[in-house]
Design a protein around this ligand. Structure first.
Ligand code: PBG
Length: 330
């Protein structure tokens, strides 16, 4: 050993010393809980592939949000299951749409809760793609989809959303949404852009939950290739230039390199989406007793924060907030 010997273990000796040299901390302040809202009343329909996650009718959604807020979760991200689907996904911009109704109910019951509305079409189109199809029916037509997204965003803001989160991956959507929001008097409504969203197999359980699997083909023509790291910086740079207030990387754990890159390059808040497949894998292994679910959840969230995320969107937000309230510390 060289002299003096490097002894990093000196500061790992006791819990108090470890707390003093800890570089990253988790607090519930940065957690966002995704929720699914469906028509009906008094319904809480469990999603089989997502343990602990349900599709809630508006009344039950309000109760779930009240409980989450009571546990310290400051924000929710809403996805809707509409009554009707069509080729364009027009129910997504109806003033009386399922998410619009949910937002109004939440803003009335829980005015402090931060409500983030996902903006996309895959839950609303009868073909399950994230926009309007091209004339030959093989892909998604960018510009008409962007125009519809702007309508959807304004409708969600009219209902009271604090942030609009476009998850479609069309080019130019952030600028179009910003312009439309400002034109409708919603200068105060922020945009959380799914900037680097990859065409990922980790979204499987979400598509069960949201009934949003594409009826044909896949999303590789609009979502990013999992092989591309440099391209994520270009996506983020465009969204930032177009006016995104917060940039997102999605999924989270398999893309921590992308998150770390964006942390270095951008000074605005970053979000990471710990997606359905990540949560389902964790819970499935925990249910079998193969891993300690609580510890793996907290380590995962910490890793996502360490890589550079400010906000973590996770189905485990309430579990994590509860553990933190009980004084969780490793
Ligand atoms: C909609 C959307 C998806 C997710 C969030 N918004 C699915 C997809 O792109 O197919 C996935 C979230 C998750 O897996 O938890 N475009």
């Amino acid at each position: 050993m060289p002299f003096p010997a490097e002894r990093l273990r000196r500061l790992r000796r006791t819990p108090a010393l470890r707390r003093m040299v800890r570089e990253t901390r988790l607090t519930p302040d940065q957690l966002v809980l995704p929720l699914f809202v469906r028509p009906g009343q008094r319904i809480e329909e469990p999603v089989e592939s997502l343990p602990g996650v349900a599709r809630h009718s508006v009344d039950r959604l309000v109760e779930a949000c009240r409980a989450a807020a009571g546990e310290g979760v400051p924000a929710v991200l809403l996805f809707g299951l509409p009554e009707e689907k069509d080729a364009e996904g027009s129910s997504s911009w109806s003033a009386d749409g399922i998410v619009q109704r949910a937002i109004r109910a939440l803003k009335e019951a829980l005015p402090e809760l931060v409500v983030i509305a996902d903006a996309c079409f895959c839950e609303y189109t009868d073909h399950g793609h994230c926009g309007v199809l091209t004339a030959d029916g093989t892909g998604v037509d960018n510009d008409p989809t962007v125009a519809n997204l702007a309508r959807q965003a304004v409708s969600l803001a009219d209902a009271g959303a604090d942030l609009i989160a476009p998850s479609d991956m069309m080019d130019g959507r952030v600028a179009a949404i910003r312009r439309a929001l400002d034109g409708a008097g919603h200068q105060q409504v922020a945009i959380l852009s799914y900037a680097a969203k990859f065409a990922s197999a980790f979204y499987g359980p979400f598509r069960d939950a949201a009934d949003s699997a594409p009826a044909f083909g896949d999303r590789r023509g609009y979502q990013m290739d999992p092989a591309n790291r440099r391209e994520a910086r270009r996506e983020a740079a465009l969204d930032a230039a177009e006016g995104a207030d917060v940039l997102m990387v999605k999924p989270a754990l398999p893309y921590l390199d992308v998150l770390a890159d964006l942390r270095r390059e951008f000074d605005r808040p970053l979000a990471a989406y710990h997606v359905s497949g990540e949560w389902a894998m964790l819970r499935a292994a925990a249910e079998r007793g193969w891993i300690d679910g609580d510890r793996v959840l907290m380590e995962s969230l910490l890793a996502i924060r360490r890589a550079g995320a400010d906000w973590v969107i996770t189905y485990g937000a309430r579990d994590a907030a509860r553990l933190l309230a009980r004084g969780w510390s490793e």
